[in-house]
Write a protein that binds this ligand. Sequence first.
Ligand code: F0G
Length: 458
Amino acid sequence: MKLPFAESYKIKMVETIRRSTRNEREKWMKEAYYNLFNLRSEYVFIDLLTDSGTGAMSDKQWSAMMLGDESYAGSSSYLILKDVIKNLFGFNDYLPTHQGRAAENVLFSALVKAGDIVPGNSHFDTTKGHIEFRNARTIDCTIDEAFDTTISHPFKGNLDLNKLEEVFKKYPIEKIPVIIVTITNNTSGGQPVSMENIKAVKAMAEKYGTKVFIDSARFAENAYFIKTREKGYEHKTIKEIVKELFSYADGMTMSSKKDAIVNMGGFIGFSDRKLYEKCSVFNIMFEGFVTYGGMSGRDINALAQGLDEGTEFEYLETRVKQVEYLGDKLNEYNIPILQPTGGHAIFVDAKKFFPHLPKEEYVAQTLGVELYLEGGIRGVEVGTLLADRDPDTRENRYPKLELLRLAIPRRVYTNNHMDYIAAALSNVYERRNDIKHGLKILTEAPIMRHFTVEMDRI
Ligand code: F0G
């Protein structure tokens, strides 16, 4: 008999989670104003809100924490991470930050000014937020295939080089300080970018005279897809692929809460010493001295260890196969999900799930609420709420895709949990025609409204 696939780890510590009744969930959801961010986590049975900071650290990470050096300046933890970053990504300099958006804040303080244009592949919401906050604008150059959930393309996160070149033709180069390549492309489905594409983006950046920074939160999952899908990389190790990938970038911002499997942390990697020096000033102001920048020494140690483990093939295979397992189940139940499944999450196509609901009724958020009521599962809306209002016209932006993201934390849930999620979603799908109305907004914040919005049923 062929041996089946099995996880590349065993479990040493567990955390109890609690089921609830439908009546309890109805009450809690109402009290939370139909915003899943407002729910207490103990009211959630399976939490798929995010894969960010929610992973389970390994025994080696926990033991590395005991060796953290908490010195204000020149700590050994800082130097351990410096070595890991140099070996893995090839960058000589780095600045620790407390998380990914802090890295964006520091970098963009030095790099982006009012009136600038920052092209990229579906910038993540905090990236876009930090750019728009500086009265600069983003331009999404993701390939068109990414906006059709049914097309199965191996690198749906890719940038369309024609769209990118249009940006360079339309705007003066002084207004384009950087291209941001997000790997994997979270907003359009956790989809990878190919090595070939990154290489071409770098070539274009050099041709016109600007920089490339990689928003690297899920860089290791991206490297796994390159290894398993791109010709010429099947025999390379993940670490070799990562090294080549980052050789096409001038630097990186990192939310370590994802592929470095820590609960908190981030950093910026630089190849340009001058830019590093410029950013150091902002790092000291916003984050902390350059050798700790918002992180404790023990957290830096766990991060260094996590970067090493997170770029091992066996770990990544276990990780991505679990997401695929859930995707296969949902396909079996004919639930409309984004194809192919990405690295960190399943994205349910809410417009196809509820074709009868109008776009003004926050369709993906409605699905998120229904899935919670069904099984105590918490996902997150990646749709009209997240897309927010246009900063100029203040009108609602209606994105091409209206998705419910089910992000799978790393090394946390078993495949029994995946079966439970699939069954709950299938039950909602079976009664989809009984759900006649969506949601309306009661109150919202002027920027990044999805975190605090208060809603009610229509
Ligand atoms: N870039 C990407 C691609 C991200 O997915 C995130 C966070 C960030 C930057 C910001 O990093 O949270 O450490 O400040 N994404 C989380 C998510 C929040 O749920 O996808 P952060």
